[in-house]
Design a protein around this ligand. Structure first.
Ligand SMILES: Cc1ncc(C[n+]2csc(CCOP(=O)(O)OP(=O)(O)O)c2C)c(N)n1
Length: 648
């Protein structure tokens, strides 16, 4: 079925695109798009969709979300005067069409590649990218800030730019979005929130808002009547800014009465339009034109289909959220070769959690919207009642876990390291302060590769190290990950952080019986002289390659907190030079902890610290980025040799 539909799609569009001139070829900026008659927009959408599919097949990225937002993207750039009017994309993973229409068509083949265009919109790349993207649910707050700036500026200059936030129903589950909505009701600026509702996050959307949005219906006739009446009242001078809110409130109450339905957005004094079909580009242009000059906060609710236009993606949007390479003709995903590869850390986490949950009935799993991404879906399929996807809500995930821990359960809360930044106070105040037994597993710690600076798990070690009472560990390999997970769920271990990276580990024999590890104890992996290399976590395997043949010793610290003082004393007394290697920021991380310990205990060996630099590391493959920041085996070896020379 899929092959057939893809075949039809390619038959219709691909030959046309090869042989005929396309409209897209002539669109170098939204200015060019705006010169086209509205009737040609469906063709632009088809071409845009075909180009996104074609490129993502070879150069993987966030496919399904971008396919679902094609018509919306075209309509927004057609109606609004971008870049002067602002579009703020939430996450920005749906913005490939936006990139292509805003002067990056020819560079789109470099999307996400080292030195290529960025994975998410960024004002550093284009004036059309109005704000930082990557972490969910910030668009409403940022757009409200811009609308406020525009309103204040307009008082001085007389022209007011329009600001549009585009947010998915998944991102709408994040607390920050509600904070933005709550505050938005106050604005007199021209703010439009477009709710791109496809009933999907990466996995299925969850929670009350999802059910609410599914039920929300309004009358088209009523909306049309309200548009024209409001316009007339403005023209006659009856409606003005000071009366606007009272009139909106009155009309919202009338609407609730007529539709027998409360509308949560209208309850917050935000004008609500929709829900409407987000794939009818001509109708979208019409509605945007009609609402774009209305001042104050308004929300346009669109129904879209994630993966629209690619049948297999429409059917399995979770897999096709970021499917990797695929064959355009057959539609089959191209899997990595080699049967005997070590597993991904996330899968070892997922399978081990299930094993532990079978033995320990107090174990529960919590994920903020990443059940597939962190492999908690494995436990979820066996113990649905003990596994919780809480939506894109990292802070809540931690506090919710802490609540369960307080009353006797043993939560494993898994959050990507970079997204856990959102939960900093929750970790301190709600978990660590009471030493509650929450096991916080930080997936995607360290360099993550193509997703770039917003997604590198760079800061967790430095940020968490100063929190009293936490245990912080990182496994050298998959077997160690299992042992740490086993240890963390034993009685009396308090709040326990385990960080591990994206991607595969180093062992195919990972499925070993689990054993308890002594808290705060590292190990010597290799003895040597002159230089001691101390590593934390799987970056140690890269260091082990570098150490080969240099004569240096290798210690795996295993726990950043508490520090293994015996190990550090041995190193201080036996080695004149120490090299520390960590896959996290140099400032404040493991190297800093060791420098502090040495200083506090009266030792003064020569110490070199390797880690992530004091700048946001760009995107590229992990191996390219390791070379860039000096964390590849060759750079590490070079540092060892350099230290040896200095020590002699
Ligand atoms: C703070 C944060 N948590 C998690 C993620 C991972 N993430 C990226 S996209 C996404 C789903 C977004 O769903 P939605 O907003 O509905 O957009 P859709 O992909 O459905 O178009 C998630 C959970 C993130 N980017 N930021």
């Amino acid at each position: 079925m899929f092959r057939f539909s893809l075949f039809i799609f390619i038959c219709i569009f691909a030959p046309e695109m090869q042989e005929k001139e396309t409209l897209l070829q002539h669109i170098d900026s939204p200015e060019d798009l705006r010169k086209l008659p509205v009737e040609q927009l469906p063709q632009v959408c088809s071409e845009l969709r075909a180009l996104i599919i074609e490129e993502c097949a070879h150069n993987p990225g966030h496919l399904a979300s971008s396919l679902g937002a094609v018509e919306l993207t075209v309509a927004l750039h057609y109606v609004f005067s971008t870049p002067d009017d602002r579009i703020v994309w939430d996450v920005g993973h749906q913005a490939y069409g936006h990139k292509i229409l805003t002067g990056r068509r020819d560079q789109f083949s470099t999307n996400r590649k080292f030195h290529g265009i960025r994975p998410f919109p960024s004002p550093e790349e284009s004036p059309y990218d109005s704000f930082a993207c990557g972490h969910a649910s910030n668009s409403i707050s940022a757009a409200l800030g811009m609308a406020t700036a525009a309103a204040l500026e307009a008082r001085a200059e007389g022209v007011e730019r329009k600001v549009v936030a585009v947010i998915g129903d998944g991102a709408m589950s994040g607390g920050l979005a509600y904070e933005g909505l709550n505050n938005a009701s106050e604005t007199t600026g021209n703010l439009l929130i477009v709710l791109n509702d496809n009933n999907m996050s990466i996995d299925r959307s969850v929670g009350g808002m999802k059910h609410y949005l599914l039920r929300l219906q309004t009358s088209g006739t009523y909306n049309r009547w309200r548009f024209s009446t409001a316009k007339r009242l403005w023209r006659w001078g009856i409606l003005n800014d000071s009366r606007r809110r009272a009139v909106i409130r009155f009309s919202n109450s009338l609407k609730s009465l007529l539709t027998h339905q409360q509308n949560v957005f209208e309850g917050m004094d935000i004008r609500y339009f929709g829900p409407t079909d987000g794939h009818d580009v001509v109708a979208l242009v019409d509605i945007l034109r009609r609402i774009k000059d209305m001042r104050g906060p308004k929300l346009l609710h669109l129904h879209t289909v994630k993966g629209k236009g690619l049948v297999v993606a429409e059917k399995s949007p979770t897999i096709w959220h970021a499917p990797g390479k695929f064959d355009v003709e057959s539609g089959e995903r191209i899997s990595e070769a080699g049967a005997e590869q070590p597993p991904k850390f996330q899968d070892v986490f997922g399978k081990t959690l299930l094993e532990l949950a079978r033995e320990n009935s107090k174990i529960v799993g919590v994920t903020p919207a990443m059940p597939t991404g962190c492999s908690m879906n494995i436990m979820m399929s066996h113990f649905p009642e003990r596994t919780f996807d809480v939506g894109i809500a990292e802070g809540h995930a931690v506090t919710f876990s802490a609540g369960m821990a307080k009353d006797g359960l043993q939560p494993f809360c898994n959050i990507y390291s970079a997204f856990a930044q959102r939960a900093y106070d929750n970790i301190i105040h709600d978990a660590a302060l009471l030493r509650l037994p929450v096991v916080l597993c930080l997936d995607r710690a360290g360099l993550v590769g193509e997703d770039g600076p917003t997604h590198h798990g760079a800061f967790d070690l430095a940020a968490l190290r100063c929190i009293p009472g936490l245990t912080i560990a990182s496994p050298y390999d998959e077997v160690e990950l299992r042992n740490l997970m086993y240890t963390a769920q034993l009685e009396g271990k308090g709040t326990f952080v385990i960080r591990y990276p994206r991607g595969r580990g180093s062992r195919t024999d990972w499925h070993q019986p689990m054993q308890e590890l002594p808290i705060g104890r590292g190990r010597r992996l290799r003895d040597g002289k002159d230089v001691a290399v101390i590593t934390l976590g799987p970056i140690g395997t890269e260091a082990a390659r570098a150490i080969e043949g240099t004569g240096a010793a290798h210690y795996d610290l295993r726990f950043l907190k508490p520090l293994d003082e015996e190990l550090l004393r041995e190193v201080a007394e036996r080695f004149p030079c120490i090299l520390t290697v960590e896959d996290g920021c140099r400032i404040g991380g493991m190297g800093s902890a060791i420098v502090e310990w040495m200083s506090d205990h009266g030792y003064s060996p020569k110490i070199r610290r390797l880690g992530l630099p004091d700048n946001f590391v760009e995107h590229g493959s992990v191996s390219q980025l390791r070379q860039l920041v000096g964390l590849d085996a060759e750079s590490i070896r070079h540092e060892i040799e350099h230290l040896k020379e200095q020590g002699n």
